[in-house]
Design a protein around this ligand. Structure first.
Ligand SMILES: [Zn+2]
Length: 288
């Protein structure tokens, strides 16, 4: 008898579940909102699982950093110079190995702190630590950049990514994968200067960045080229827009061809230069 009542109650609840949303679309939206929130929370838990997974061997750690040496790419402007490193002791003489190095901040895989382009922006050592962790969103514009070296990531590229994946989550670090990393071994091809000395490589558009800053709650943007602004830029509008919003950028990001479009978790760890405008960063992607 009791069982019968329970079965009837279950049938009634199921029927209500079907009829209710049709009768009250507003509530349906509310239900969708709540379930979206649950999914978001579940994703946060997955982030923690991923850290446990590193120790358990379930999570793959990918290094998105270029090694530092005399060939590492840097911004080719007056005052900048190649990475310099030398040992000042040796095992033979001092029986200990110790080196020293000299480098521009904006060389190799590095972070641009908000004070790089904004007078009142925070320096690299003052950046919020929370912002250095985030969900990796990898936007693939490789084909478009191959056809047009001056390609700029557009709002349509972001919408396309969201259609295929999901809405960009709070705390994401959005990386543009242009395929430029293939050229990194050749400064000529990486800078891609024309006969007038103007560089041609892909970058972000201000429109795409505007959408991310206005409609999504991102932590940072990055790219696998010399600059988040495209090669021919003279006003560095993307840098200004990003840094006036208090956000940071990552340049010369390595190995994006090995990244999934979504699902990886990033740890960005810039060198702690007091008052610095950026600096080399080791970037780890945790991939399940
Ligand atoms: Zn920089």
């Amino acid at each position: 008898m009791r069982k019968k009542i329970l079965i009837r109650a279950a049938i009634a609840l199921c029927a209500l579940g079907l009829i209710w949303p049709a009768l009250y679309p507003a509530q349906k939206e509310e239900v969708q909102k709540v379930s979206h929130e649950i999914v978001k929370r579940a994703r946060r838990i997955t982030g923690k699982d991923r850290l446990d997974g590193v120790l358990a061997g379930r999570t793959k750690v990918l290094d998105l950093t270029y090694p530092l040496n005399a060939q590492t790419p840097y911004w080719p402007a007056p005052g900048y110079e190649p990475f310099h490193f030398e040992f000042f002791t040796s095992m033979d003489k001092e029986h200990v190995l110790s080196g020293k190095y000299c480098t521009p901040e904006h060389l190799g895989t590095h972070v641009d702190a908000p004070n790089h382009f904004e007078q009142h922006g925070v320096s690299v050592d003052k950046m919020a630590l929370d912002d250095l962790f985030g969900y990796a969103v990898v936007i693939n514009v490789r084909g478009k950049a191959a056809a047009n070296p001056d390609y700029r990531i557009s709002p349509a590229d972001i919408q396309d990514w969201e259609r295929r994946n999901h809405e960009i989550q709070d705390g994401s670090i959005v990386l543009a994968y242009t395929g430029w990393g293939e050229r990194v071994g050749s400064p000529e091809r990486y800078q891609n200067k024309d006969s007038r000395g103007v560089m041609h490589f892909p970058g972000w558009s201000t429109e795409a960045l505007d959408f991310l800053l206005r409609a999504r709650n991102i932590n940072a943007i990055g790219i696998d080229t010399l600059s988040i602004d495209y090669g021919p830029s003279t006003d560095f509008a993307v840098h200004h827009k990003l840094m006036s919003a208090g956000k940071y950028g990552i340049e010369n990001v390595a190995h994006l061809e090995q990244m999934p479009p979504r699902g990886a978790f990033l740890i960005v760890s810039p060198i702690d230069i007091q008052g610095g405008s950026g600096g080399q960063a080791r970037i780890f992607a945790l991939i399940e």
